[in-house]
Design a binder for this molecule. Structure first.
Ligand code: MSP
Length: 650
């Protein structure tokens, strides 16, 4: 293909991920989708720039680093560049990003300072006092009206009152223009998300947005007001432009690639990309991205997968176990991109078995094996068509690229793959209808047999080529089996591109069938934590804290409903507690040496109940029971029985 006949530029981005912990399958999902789109556009002939990266500032990272006893930069360096980190994960998943931005990169930091100052100078950023409800795990401030049952609308956790001197962005000024943008253009897709944004955020009245913080220091400093750091969204959103050279000299592609063609983002950050981002761009008189696509979440047992809840699925484990292409394929074949989908190991294995081992794998191996068996080196030039038997398949294959393209242009990955797999099923049926093994019995049928196999090989070529954005390595392997056939975009709607005398190359099964029960058991074993992961629950001596910080600790009276030893652990007892809410709370405590479980049932204890949940020995612990040292013994803090579960300690 002519390298220079590009169709134009195409700029696509993923969100930049928080490196507060290792990334999970949900993040992988978004990056794989973006990668498939970038590869598709490159295949069509576009000059693509695909950007991903990490969003490295904020209080949560500062806290995590402190917990780990390292500086915030050391902490994020390890998660981003360390072994098994973000860069390694994208390499493993065969992600073809052209650029990777870290918001701690010097050029980005300096550019954000300039951007903040410009907005201050043009009057769109001003100083005020922030009062609000803050959700620490999500790093989000909310207004009273946005809370759901008084809790964070994103994660459902408790929020805290917070007040501080801060800078604000005049978001309210842009409300009408944003509403017009959302309602009267196709800036935001799927359309259902437009109603959500307009009804939930714009119609109730857009409030100005707090864009600086003084309560933590891990952020881009506001250079004209020491003590303030730029709060995460200005820092985060402008990554899409600084990575092209906006307000810096590191890159120089702004005029070529801005405005972006599409930002892929998860549904919970659609608000930031469809309201705040365009308003900030309007404030600086900059062109808006052409589109924001808000995709759904991968759920686990119907609930959100999240680092702060601790219920995440490890993409490394799955990719190493089932193969990168199988995992990539599964993610985009199973879940409609715009909606939520429930992840399970069972559906992963069954997709691999049905679509990849059975339908695609069988078609490729049977076709190649038969071509070799009946014709050896290559197919003969003399071939005999049978209109009645061939037309349906040939027509389906010839028009496949157009149907696929139509779906891909609308980010409907699942539908694009469905089109390919309809053709694959039709081709498998075509094998049975034409029974090549029967034709092979009579020398006189050889021309007909050759045409049947040619039709099948041409089907494999076109399907294999169109699968490239989803399964790049598999597509390449299919090309090799067809003797290095042309699988370029222009050839994929030209039926008959494959030479009639094609020479095929046999190989092992592309996707061996998986034994569901055996693999599920193996996966369970692999995801069990190692016994040495047991953490010492004894608190370390702590540095001095302010009253404000102390006030954030929620201490609650709890009653022990049940208590038992944790299997394979010498230290841990598992408590089921009544904390005054309807849901029992589970806490693990390292006091097994000092108490028999049965002597604690019915006791009234004190627990810290807003501690981030963590896993010990594979079990979730949601809080910490208070205990005191006496000599070498730990004594649980016990209260009189009359005190009601759920009372707060004051
Ligand atoms: N740092 C911000 C984004 C700033 S973009 C200017 C952020 N980071 S995040 O790490 O929390 O999330 C990044 C993306 O991962 C979001 O689009 C989010 O929706 C996506 N996902 C996180 N968990 C997910 C699933 N379980 N399923 C699908 N996507 C999910 O938000």
């Amino acid at each position: 293909m002519c390298e220079k006949c590009s169709k134009g530029n195409f700029y696509i981005t993923t969100p930049i991920y928080y490196p507060s912990a290792k990334l999970h399958i949900g993040h992988t999902y978004c990056t794989v989708a973006t990668d498939a789109m970038a590869r598709f556009k490159r295949m069509q002939g576009y000059n693509v720039l695909f950007l991903t990266g990490t969003d490295e500032h904020g209080q949560k990272i500062e806290d995590k680093a402190k917990e780990a006893g390292v500086t915030p930069k050391e902490y994020v360096d390890n998660i981003v560049e360390g072994p098994g980190g973000v860069l390694d994960l994208w390499k493993l998943m065969n992600i073809s990003n052209d650029r990777f931005i870290r918001t701690t990169d010097d050029y980005h930091v300096a550019a954000i300072q300039k951007i903040f100052k410009k907005m201050y100078e043009n009057g769109d950023i001003y100083k005020g006092t922030y009062k609000g409800k803050y959700c620490k795990p999500c790093e989000s401030f909310w207004t009273e009206s946005q809370l759901v049952d008084g809790k964070c609308p994103d994660c459902g956790r408790e929020v805290q009152d917070a007040e501080e001197e801060a800078y604000f962005f005049r978001l309210s000024k842009y409300a009408d223009r944003i509403q017009d943008l959302l309602e009267n253009t196709d800036y935001l897709e799927p359309r259902s998300r437009v109603h959500e944004m307009v009804n939930n955020f714009i119609k109730p009245g857009l409030e100005d947005l707090c864009v600086s913080r003084t309560s933590f220091s891990w952020g881009v400093p506001v250079d004209f007001d020491p003590g303030h750091v730029v709060y995460v969204w200005i820092d985060a959103l402008f990554n899409y432009m600084t990575a092209l050279g906006f307000q810096n000299d590191k890159y120089n592609d702004l005029s070529e690639f801005w405005p972006a063609d599409v930002h892929f983002v998860g549904k919970e950050i659609v608000r930031f990309h469809s309201i705040i981002w365009p308003a900030m761009l309007m404030s600086l008189d900059l062109p808006l991205p052409k589109k924001v696509y808000g995709h759904g979440w991968l759920l686990l047992d119907g609930g959100k997968m999240s680092k702060s809840k601790g219920n995440v699925v490890d993409p490394y484990l799955l990719a190493e176990h089932f193969g990168v292409d199988a995992l990539r394929f599964f993610l985009l074949r199973t879940f409609p991109f715009g909606s939520d989908g429930n992840f399970s190991n069972e559906s992963l294995i069954s997709t691999i078995n049905v679509d990849l081992a059975n339908d695609l794998g069988n078609l490729v191996s049977r076709t190649v094996a038969m071509a070799q068996k009946y014709f050896g080196e290559h197919l003969p030039a003399e071939q005999q068509e049978d209109m009645e038997k061939d037309t349906e398949l040939v027509q389906m294959v010839s028009s496949l690229r157009d149907r696929y393209e139509e779906q891909m242009e609308h980010y409907a990955f699942q539908n694009a793959l469905a089109e390919i797999f309809k053709v694959i099923s039709r081709a498998n049926k075509y094998i049975d209808e034409n029974a090549p093994w029967v034709l092979a019995k009579d020398e006189a049928n050889k021309p007909r047999l050759a045409r049947v196999l040619y039709n099948l090989l041409e089907t494999v070529r076109i399907c294999g080529g169109l699968l490239a954005p989803f399964m790049p390595a598999t597509s390449e392997e299919i090309g090799k089996r067809l003797g290095g056939a042309d699988m370029g975009w222009d050839s994929l709607n030209v039926y008959g591109t494959l030479s009639p005398e094609v020479a095929v190359v046999a190989g092992p099964a592309l996707f061996p069938r998986i034994d569901m029960d055996k693999e599920l058991a193996a996966l369970e074993e692999l995801s069990k934590p190692q016994p040495q992961e047991e953490e010492d629950p004894l608190p370390e001596p702590l540095p001095e804290i302010t009253f404000d910080t102390f006030e954030k600790v929620e201490m609650t009276v709890v009653k022990v409903l049940a208590c038992e030893k944790v299997k394979k652990s010498e230290k841990l007892l598992k408590f089921t507690l009544d904390d005054g809410t309807k849901e029992p709370r589970q806490i693990l405590s390292g006091i097994a040496k000092y108490y028999a479980p049965e002597q604690l049932v019915g006791k009234t204890l004190v627990a810290v109940t807003n501690l981030a949940p963590r896993k010990m020995m594979g079990q979730l612990s949601c809080g910490m029971l208070l205990s005191a040292e006496r000599g070498d013994k730990l004594n649980l803090v016990m209260l009189d029985d009359g005190i009601a579960a759920g009372s707060r300690l004051v």
